[in-house]
Design a protein around this ligand. Structure first.
Ligand code: NAD
Length: 342
């Protein structure tokens, strides 16, 4: 295909951690893509600096806006071939403190996007969800057919959005595909999530707060592998289907912390054992054999190799994360807004 003669894509939440990785991947690796439009509200988690590496690419169009605003959504969705929906409130701890923004963005915002996709006749809609919708699993791995049983308010809003997506596929025949991935890691992750929080705490000489007994187990997926999986679902998935995307490395939070400490030359005395998160899911584990079989999905990065590279990225990029740790959410959003307009 000739350069730029291919699809026009709308990426919601494209200034966040995973969305920006997807945008960078599309613009650096897919010459055929005609245009990538990012719709992002630039909340505390949205960061224009995440798009700096591709900012000069003329195929990138950035629109600051809310997925809950039907007018803006209709404007940006018109003429798109596909939507990849990543915009969300994404941090479990924040949803425990206050869930209303999660319900507004994750549920109602998704519904606004689905309605607009119907009205504008968008070809394919990929909804990026999470393994957390399944709840906690003591042993084994969830297949996509497992019922949703979310525990945190965050996971409940993501599960609600998933159900809306499936309803629009069944009721209206909208071509919606859902991906459910495990915990992502990599560069440009907001320093409130465990890996960048612990790494940047250690780099600043602080302790790392480890929840409960540290035995909560998670599967780790490199963000580039996740983005490859999303694109496989977009290009080769089937309408109305769910695809689990896993990374293949399960670790307890204590094991993960020990690895991070080791990579930064720190000892176990740097751990602050803190009271457990309310309703903390013990273990997540997705069975991603369907994505492997149907899409040819498999993760390329191993945690053994990619965790040191991720830690090195944060060590080498203090100018990216220091401002995020210093400012309040509102100050950050206001600065982003000024940059977007100026
Ligand atoms: P993130 O918090 O880093 O980014 C979210 C982005 O959405 C930000 O840029 C933010 O500004 C934007 N946004 C928030 N509300 C918006 C609104 N109302 N309108 C428009 N934009 C809005 O999140 P992330 O880690 O990149 O996650 C992306 C998606 O992947 C989310 O849907 C999340 O639920 C899902 N997910 C993430 C993980 C993970 O490990 N990070 C795991 C599973 C699933």
């Amino acid at each position: 295909m000739a350069p730029g003669s291919g699809p026009r894509l709308l990426i919601t939440g494209g200034a966040g951690f995973i969305g920006s990785a997807l945008v960078r991947m599309l613009l650096t690796q897919r010459r055929d893509v005609a245009q990538v439009t990012v719709l992002d509200k630039l909340t505390y988690a949205g960061n224009l600096a995440n798009l700096d590496p591709v900012a000069a690419d003329r195929r990138l169009r950035f629109v600051e806006g809310d997925i809950n605003d039907p007018r803006t959504v209709a404007e940006v969705m018109r003429g798109q071939d596909a939507v990849v929906h990543l915009a969300a409130e994404s941090h479990v701890d924040r949803s425990i403190d206050s869930a209303s923004r999660f319900a507004t963005t994750n549920v109602l915002g998704t519904q606004t996007l689905l309605d607009t996709a119907l009205q504008t006749g968008v070809g394919t809609f990929v909804h990026v969800s999470t393994d957390e919708v399944y709840g906690s699993i003591a042993s084994g791995a969830w297949p996509e057919s497992h019922p949703v049983l979310p525990n945190s308010p965050y996971a409940a809003t993501k599960a609600s959005a998933d159900l809306l997506c499936l309803a629009y596929a069944r009721t209206h025949g909208l071509d919606v595909r859902i991906t459910r991935c495990s915990n992502n890691y990599g560069p440009y992750q907001f320093p409130e999530k465990i890996i960048p929080l612990f790494v940047t705490n250690l780099l600043q000489g602080q302790q790392v707060p480890l929840y409960g007994d540290g035995r909560n187990a998670r599967d780790w997926l490199h963000v580039e592998d996740h983005c490859r999986g999303i694109l496989l679902a977009l290009e080769h998935g089937r309408p109305g289907e769910i695809y689990n995307l896993g990374g293949g490395t399960e670790l307890s939070n204590h094991e993960l912390t020990t690895r991070i400490l080791g990579l930064l030359g720190a000892g176990p005395e740097r751990i602050d054992w803190v009271e457990d998160r309310k309703g903390h899911d013990r273990r997540y584990c997705v069975d991603w054999s369907k994505a492997a079989r149907e899409l040819g999905y498999r993760p390329h990065h191993s945690l053994d190799q990619a965790l040191p590279a991720t830690v090195a990225w944060y060590r080498d990029h203090p100018s990216w994360w220091e401002p995020l740790r210093k400012t309040t959410d509102d100050e950050h959003t206001e600065r982003q807004r000024q940059e977007a307009h100026g």
